[in-house]
Design a protein around this ligand. Structure first.
Ligand code: BGC
Length: 370
């Protein structure tokens, strides 16, 4: 008797709970409807997990709904993600392509459904199906990395090791182009000598490189944005060179993930007496490397701003307004209207003021911070 009364009460509670749940979900008549679809390239790099978190923070402040999907390094998965989001009724797609060219067909499918496409951080290339591009100043990223090597190297004939991002990422070209403009005159005047790229060596007298020429160098020194590939390449390069290309060296590493891998390899070579190594993204692990003198610098790209810009644009579109832009980028097919954000160079000197005092990270995330 007692038991059956308890059961009745429990079942009633469950029914009430289920009803409340369903009613809440359908309150606005759009329980499954997603307004803004977001597709990011991979969860395997802290950079994009950072973006995910910042998007979640930004979305929580709006009345619109969104869903974030990861492509895990696969253009096929990316296409599937876009299709899933289209089927959920999105009006705006914010997407960082895994591969700039390959993503064209995915965004063309979205465009056909009248969806506004925003290329996020990486430009989708060779299609007219991109409406807007929000980006950091990627030429400035490369230039800042190179300038750091120039400013902090001493003497002449400093061995210079060049590394680049993935050739499928338009940014890899912009970063390298920005770096080359600063490094090339310093290679020409004998400050640096190229240690690991015959392609760069054969182009060393050219101040401006064409896309094809950049492709040749990038093809040779690409890391594919991959930690293992970076490590293997660095090992191969150090095994290949004689000791006169060791000593005090300078390394252009395209981002933090690759910088840490490359730095770890250079640190174990006893003929390398010191090395400068660049990075970008201000990933927590690299901030710790900078504090520990294992990485020289990073280029801080405040993801909060990029997310704000992308979400701001999305909301304007949803509200029927036209987003503001500051310039445009040629994607090989069309001039894509763009909003661009500046970057900040961070090294041991300003790590605290730029990253802790700005509340990007908490001091407790790091050890040995002075
Ligand atoms: C981004 C970098 C990132 C790299 C690897 C680039 O397109 O701009 O911030 O480190 O991809 O994911």
């Amino acid at each position: 008797m007692e038991m059956s009364r308890i059961w009745k009460a429990v079942s009633l509670a469950i029914v009430v709970m289920m009803f409340t749940f369903i009613a809440a979900g359908c309150a606005d008549g759009s329980s499954n409807e997603v307004n803004v679809g977001i597709v990011l390239p991979t969860k395997d790099e802290p950079r994009w997990v950072q973006d995910e978190q910042r998007f979640k923070d930004a979305i929580a402040k709006t009345d619109y709904t969104s869903e974030i999907l990861f492509s895990q390094g696969s253009s096929a998965k990316e296409k599937e993600n876009v299709e899933t989001l289209i089927s959920k009724g999105i009006d705006v797609l914010i997407i960082t392509p895994q591969d700039g060219d390959a993503a064209a067909s995915a965004v063309e499918a979205a465009k056909k459904e009248g969806i506004t496409v925003i290329s996020y951080d990486r430009l989708i290339t060779n299609t007219d199906a991109v409406d807007y591009y929000v980006t950091f100043d990627s030429l400035a990223v490369g230039a800042a990395q190179a300038q750091y090597l120039v400013d902090n190297s001493q003497g002449s004939d400093v061995p210079l090791y060049l590394y680049a991002g993935a050739a499928s990422d338009n940014n890899a070209f912009l970063f390298f182009e920005g770096a080359w403009k600063v490094l090339q005159p310093k290679i020409a005047d004998g400050t640096f000598k190229i240690a690991n790229s015959s392609e760069a060596e054969s182009l060393k007298d050219k101040a401006e490189l064409s896309r094809d020429e950049l492709s040749k160098i990038i093809g040779q020194v690409t890391t594919n944005w991959d930690a293992n590939e970076s490590k293997n390449k660095a090992q191969t390069h150090l095994t290949a060179v004689s000791d006169d290309l060791k000593g005090d060296v300078a390394i252009l590493a395209p981002n933090d993930g690759t910088a840490r891998s490359i730095a770890d390899v250079f640190a174990t070579d006893s003929a390398v007496t010191s090395f400068l190594v660049t990075g970008q993204d201000a990933e927590k692990a690299s901030v710790q490397y900078i504090i520990d003198n294992k990485q020289s610098m990073t280029v801080f790209k405040d993801v909060r701003t990029l997310v704000e810009d992308a979400m701001g644009m999305a909301i304007q579109v949803l509200d029927g307004k036209t987003p503001e832009t500051t310039g445009s980028y040629d994607n090989g097919n069309t001039e894509v209207k763009a909003k661009q954000t500046d970057v900040i160079v961070v090294d041991k000197e300003n790590v605290k003021s730029e990253l802790i005092e700005s509340e990007y990270y908490e001091a407790g995330d790091f050890t040995g911070l002075e």
